[in-house]
Write a protein that binds this ligand. Structure first.
Ligand code: UT7
Length: 335
């Protein structure tokens, strides 16, 4: 494999991480709110009113985190016209890996015949933004040129089915993008990631967490959430990080073609859109179809709007997410 460690762009040019392929995978089993209400004390009306969710997909036993990630990655690679062995790094964001180790990312690497290095990244629902930001930094540092960035989650396996306040909110799935090193003149007209930012506030770690781990056989772990508190932080922190990412490039909300937000709750998506002054027609919404798929939510939404032709090459797309940690972040990309 070529050593890219010291590659530098030509004079007057900068390295840009460009999204050249986008893929997604949804499990075979679709579960409507009404179907869920047969096993949980809830109703379609409550779920739709409070969250906007109408349905979600749940993985079957053979649809592991690695399997879904691999399927999404294959679609992203086909979209980019790149073979698996040209991939030189994989960063996979997940809170629901198949094993404590090896990383789910190396299972994907083996399945695709990819080269280089591969690792998992844990930042809950912000995982994809964290992974994208990390991949961008690695590409610009010359450490890799063709990086798969994947979010893959099987939250149905960490749900507490006795807690109706959380188990109706989540779904399973995977999304992936291929990031490739390209170049630009350093302006916001460049194609690629223009600005990306990550944040964490560890003293809010106990408002959204899993109460166990793979290393705790007595307690494999269920998701616990203080929903109102998370909600309170979400709108403020997400709006702030979007503004930060835009002002870093000397841009404003008016310049964005699409906002692709984390899909946790329609009320949060609306709240951020209103606070920023982005018309609803420019906001991609999939929470009604997928529910909250954590680290897979942003790439699944990106893929939905890209594959139906709404998001086009050359457009300016702002992605944001917030999740357990608390962690949050945003990334501005010209597709
Ligand atoms: O991706 C990570 C980020 N996560 C989020 O962004 C989630 C943020 N939080 C939220 O989206 C909302 O707080 C929830 C959707 C989780 C909850 O909405 P809420 O309006 O804050 O409802 P609540 O928890 O205050 O519950 C209101 C009522 C309660 O009944 P009482 O005490 O008023 O009689 C709950 O027992 O709704 C009841 N309830 C339900 N009823 C039917 C809670 N869950 C359900 C349910 N079905 N599934």
């Amino acid at each position: 494999m070529a050593d890219h460690t010291h590659s530098t762009p030509p004079a007057g040019r900068v390295i840009r991480s460009q999204i050249t392929g986008i893929g997604a995978y949804l499990p075979r089993s679709l579960v409507s709110n009404d179907e869920l209400a047969q096993r949980v004390d809830t109703s379609d009306a409550w779920i739709r009113e409070r969250t906007g969710i109408r349905q979600r997909y749940f993985a079957e036993p053979d649809e592991s985190c690695a399997f879904m990630a691999t399927e999404a990655a294959r679609i992203a690679l086909a979209d980019a016209g790149i073979a698996g062995d040209a991939v030189d790094a994989i960063i996979l964001a997940t809170a629901t890996p198949d094993q404590a180790f090896p990383a789910t990312a190396v299972r994907v690497q083996a399945a695709l015949g990819a080269k280089g290095f591969a690792f998992d990244l844990s930042a809950a629902c912000s995982g994809f933004i964290y992974a994208l930001t990390t991949a961008d930094a690695l590409i610009r540092a010359g450490q890799a040129r063709n990086v798969l960035v994947i979010g893959s989650e099987v939250y149905s396996r960490i749900m507490n089915w006795e807690d109706r306040g959380t188990c109706v909110l989540f779904g399973d799935g995977a999304g992936a993008v291929l990031l490739q090193a390209g170049d630009g003149d350093g302006s916001h007209a460049d194609r690629g990631i223009l600005s990306a930012h990550m944040h964490a506030q560890g003293d809010l770690g106990d408002i959204l967490y899993v109460d166990g781990a793979v290393g705790r056989p007595d307690r494999p772990g269920h998701l616990v959430m203080h929903g109102r508190e998370v909600f309170r932080h979400a709108v403020a922190k997400l709006s702030e990080t979007v503004q930060q990412t835009l002002s870093h490039c000397g841009l404003t909300v008016a310049d964005i073609d699409w906002l692709v937000p984390h899909q946790a709750n329609m009320r949060i998506i609306d709240g951020v859109g209103k606070r920023l002054g982005i018309p609803a027609a420019r906001v991609v919404v999939t929470v009604d179809q997928h529910a909250n798929t954590s680290a897979a939510s942003v790439p699944l939404a990106l893929h939905a709007a890209y594959s139906d032709g709404r998001i086009k090459r050359g457009q300016l797309v702002l992605m944001e997410a917030l999740g357990g940690g608390l962690t949050w972040g945003s990334a501005l990309v010209r597709l």
